[in-house]
Write a protein that binds this ligand. Structure first.
Ligand code: FAD
Length: 382
């Protein structure tokens, strides 16, 4: 019997396995993963210094433990090279593997802009547990970190590294914290919160080059001529769904791998979920949507075709210096932000022309309003 093959051992891949095994104990399952296959919760990577957790502390289970617990074969350090759609098989470096059904849980790649300089190869990004281990090692005995990018990952690391005793400089060309997620007043509250921890911001210029300086320092050169000195540079600029393999195999892609509400791609017997997927136009690189997707897909794989529903999908940003919860309005929404503010406590409500609440951003003490507002918001994809 050909197995169901899952590519990816992140939260999306392993949650499909876990949910499927609640419904079907026997059908052969194989997980293929390019990484070391340890089970971990990725959001914990940006609280590791606050909680004093090394990479090994964040690993919840070894691939062998996952294999035993869920009766699944986990093949680690295997980079899948392609999909032979007609042959129903995935192409491995020296081999191939037949599948009955294929699940793509490929995640997203970090994106760093083209930088010049002789130290570009030393710029870190942290997108999995192995990256995190290397990053922690590089920080041993170091004091100063430059972060490129002030989105969710950049701001969370700024808070976490400050808590860990590092001096943090953060470069954000769009001029404020979390510019794509928050309205101005809420961004400024987060900025003030992080400043109380000592974070220094370079708002406006782009990072252009990273050079070696003296005594093991790195110099990040900005477009306004500023030179930011530190021992370690972390890029947290952006993530792009991993779509190349699907595209090459002829699956339809856009920003992500296109799926319908059953997570089915444009190709028979191939499904996608998590950071790599675009589910009926939604690219939501967060944990709540992928959990909902994993539950729905498990049912479909077990024979009961099930569409995923996305309710209200708030994102909690782990910046305790100024807590944030945001429920961004859907991408094409028309409306305006209404902002009420008391120092760093910001309640920003995004309302459509008819007054309907379509999204919110809360900072500081205002995060307590989350539950009340969730009840008022329409489901994202009922
Ligand atoms: P991944 O975890 O990236 O897994 C992808 C898997 O695919 C990996 O195992 C990889 O090896 C494998 N793979 C890819 N290509 C191949 C190939 N060709 N062959 C074999 N294997 C392959 N979200 C929240 O909701 N709340 C948070 O607080 C939050 N905090 C975050 C903090 C950080 C620092 C980061 C980076 C993200 C955070 N997120 C948060 C986002 C959330 O963690 C992700 O949405 C989620 O973990 C994505 O899981 P995934 O399984 O889709 O992808």
């Amino acid at each position: 019997m050909k197995p169901i093959v899952v590519i990816g051992s992140g939260l999306a891949g392993f949650n499909v396995v876990k949910e499927f095994r609640k419904l079907d104990k026997e059908t052969p399952l194989v997980v293929l993963t390019a990484d070391d296959g340890r089970s971990y919760s990725k959001p914990m990577l940006s609280t590791g210094f606050t909680k004093e957790k090394a990479a090994d502390d964040l690993a919840m289970a070894s691939p062998e433990q996952v294999a035993e617990q869920f009766n699944v074969t986990v093949r680690t350090h295997v980079h899948v090279a392609g999909i032979d759609v007609d042959g129903h098989r995935v192409l491995l470096p020296d081999d191939h593997l037949d599948y009955s059904t294929l699940v793509l849980a490929l995640g997203a790649d970090t994106w760093t802009p083209p930088l010049e300089g002789d130290a570009v190869g030393e710029v870190f990004s942290v997108n999995d547990l192995m990256d995190y281990g290397r990053f922690r090692e590089a920080l041993q005995g170091k004091r100063r970190v430059t972060i490129l990018g002030g989105g969710l990952i950049g701001c969370e690391f700024a808070n976490d590294l400050s808590n860990g005793g590092f001096e943090v400089a953060l470069v954000e060309p769009m001029g404020r914290c979390l510019p794509l997620l928050l309205p101005q007043a809420a961004s400024e509250a987060v900025g003030r919160g992080l400043e109380t921890l000592g974070v220094r911001f370079h708002f406006g210029p782009l990072a252009q080059a990273v050079h070696h300086g003296d005594d093991g320092t790195l110099i990040t050169e900005l477009s306004d001529g500023t030179r930011v000195e530190s021992e370690v540079v972390l890029s947290a600029i952006g993530l792009r769904p991993r779509i190349d393999m699907a595209k090459e195999a002829g699956l339809r892609t856009n920003r992500g791998i296109l799926t319908d509400r059953t997570l089915r791609t444009s190709t028979e017997d191939i499904y996608a979920l998590g950071d790599c997927a675009e589910v009926e136009g939604h690219v939501l690189p967060y944990v709540l949507p992928l959990m909902a997707s994993a539950r729905a897909l498990a049912k479909t794989l077990a024979g009961e075709e099930t569409a995923v529903s996305y309710g209200v999908m708030p994102v909690t940003i782990k910046t305790p210096a100024c807590p944030v919860v945001v429920c961004p309005p859907p991408a094409d929404s028309e409306g305006e932000w209404e902002v009420a503010q008391q120092e760093n406590d910001v309640t920003a409500l995004f309302r459509g022309a008819d007054g309907t609440l379509l999204g919110y951003a809360l900072t500081g003490e205002a995060v307590k309003e989350k539950l009340k507002l969730n009840k008022e918001l329409p489901a994202l994809m009922p």
